[in-house]
Write a protein that binds this ligand. Structure first.
Ligand SMILES: *Cc1c(COP(=O)(O)O)cnc(C)c1O
Length: 423
């Protein structure tokens, strides 16, 4: 593949990008390296001009930035015009977290309801370009929903490994409905992740978890689009949740590439928020150590990951962007979610770790009250309806349901309605 190669950051070894390979001989997840000298003529005007185009690639919020994604033929691109998500001004949420202003980029507005579509369009297009007929992933839900949809569009068989126990209904229903072969395994996400790598190697199936370096390339476009939304003016902070840590690795990589190309004049700082019950990155970053896997436990199922695959890339990107890592308890995530939802924006629990984290970092003085902050909401409110109903109806146990908005049962008379509305 011209213009890119794969590289291991630990030993510097390089590999041809047309080879199906996710790790170096050291076992380290690989990076896609773009030959930026060949892209020296690229300008932000190139990307902005495509906003007026009818070409499906230009209309995709990923392939609009294709020079920095993957150099594959247009005919191999499998796109659902992903991205193009809104960047909302959210004054109510801003005042709750103690900021003068806050903007939230809602990645739940992607075709299957999460940012995973950005990585998936890249990975499935690569699969097509490499001639693969089967793709697989381990997933807490959103990756499987996205893969199932894109595999169906590409005419490939999708195979999903989901962990035992709770998987949010919005996500499971998508994987089943889009026709993926769904295997629920005994074990948690981390077990599923280990197994799927073994299966893909043994069976020649293309792996589309974020260990696949092209997932990362697609997800960089969240950052590209935020900057395009802002007229290429760099915010002070971009804040997002961290689970398997692909997304924050992607964000940092994309920002560094834009900076190296001279398309932005500085790097934003990045804050990664983990759930306190699934916080190996937070522990490692705080202590200055390597990541040590933990047993994950949080109701934010999308970030319930104890052995994150991309932790070295993640720490590298955080260091490059002068970033920080914070953690939020499930109670803090629930409180933040109630605020995001009641603002009329709405997002799934893991997404709201972003807002919980911003609130804490403002309180700690890490983020100044007048800073320009963009938070990423990673998934749609309807991904996890059980949790929402449990919260508002009061059946979710062990938490303070401070902002619950329960329905009231009344008789069907005008007087009863009037009485209820006066309450
Ligand atoms: C996948 C996912 C995350 C975590 O992203 P990583 O790249 O695994 O760190 C957070 N929120 C939602 C909604 C997700 O689907």
């Amino acid at each position: 593949m011209k213009g890119i190669h794969l590289r291991c950051d630990r030993d510097g070894s390089t590999y041809d990008a047309s080879e199906v390979r996710y790790r170096s001989t050291l076992g380290e997840p690989l990076d896609v390296v773009h030959d930026l000298t060949k892209l020296a003529g690229l300008t932000t005007e190139t990307f902005d001009a495509r906003l007026r185009s009818r070409n499906p690639l230009d209309r995709s919020g990923v392939w609009r930035f294709r020079e920095l994604i993957a150099p594959i033929p247009d005919k191999d691109v499998v796109t659902r015009r992903e991205g193009n998500t809104n960047l909302y001004d959210t004054p109510r949420v801003a005042s709750w977290v103690g900021l003068d202003a806050l903007q939230l980029k809602h990645e739940g507005e992607n075709p299957t309801g999460s940012f995973k579509d950005r990585g998936m369009t890249a990975a499935i297009s690569l699969a097509k370009s490499l001639g693969m007929s089967r793709v697989a992933c381990a997933s807490t839900g959103n990756t499987s929903a996205s893969m199932a949809a894109y595999a169906a569009q590409a005419g490939m068989q999708g195979i999903v490994f989901i962990p035992d126990g709770k998987i949010a209904y919005g996500k499971l229903s998508q994987a089943l409905a889009y026709g993926a072969r769904t295997l629920q395994i005994e074990g948690d996400f981390d077990d599923a992740m280990t197994l799927v790598q073994e299966v893909c190697d043994a069976e020649g199936i293309y792996l589309v978890n974020s260990i696949n370096p092209f997932r990362i390339e697609g997800q960089k476009a969240i950052g590209f689009e935020i900057l395009q939304d802002l007229g290429w003016k760099v915010p002070d902070w971009i804040v997002l949740p961290g689970g398997n840590l692909g997304n924050n690795s992607a964000l940092a990589k994309g920002m560094q590439e834009l900076y190296a190309l001279g398309l932005i004049d500085r790097l934003p700082r990045i804050a990664v928020i983990q759930a306190a019950g699934a916080n190996p990155l937070f522990t490692a970053w705080t202590a200055g150590n390597d990541v040590v896997p933990v047993k994950a436990d949080t109701l934010a199922s999308a970030i319930k990951i104890g052995a994150p695959v991309s932790w070295r890339k993640s720490l590298r990107g955080i260091a490059a962007c002068n970033g920080v890592v914070a953690q939020a308890t499930d109670q803090e995530i629930l409180d933040a979610k109630a605020q995001v939802d009641a603002a009329g924006i709405g997002a799934e629990p893991a997404s709201c770790a972003t807002v919980a984290g911003i609130k804490m970092l403002v309180k700690q003085g890490v983020i100044a009250h007048d800073a320009h902050v963009v938070g990423i909401l990673t998934g749609h409110l309807l991904k996890d309806p059980d949790l929402v109903v449990g919260y508002h109806q009061g059946t979710l146990k062990d938490f303070d349901l401070t902002y619950a908005n329960p329905p009231t049962r009344i008789s069907s008379t005008l007087a009863a309605v009037q009485a209820a509305l006066e309450d």
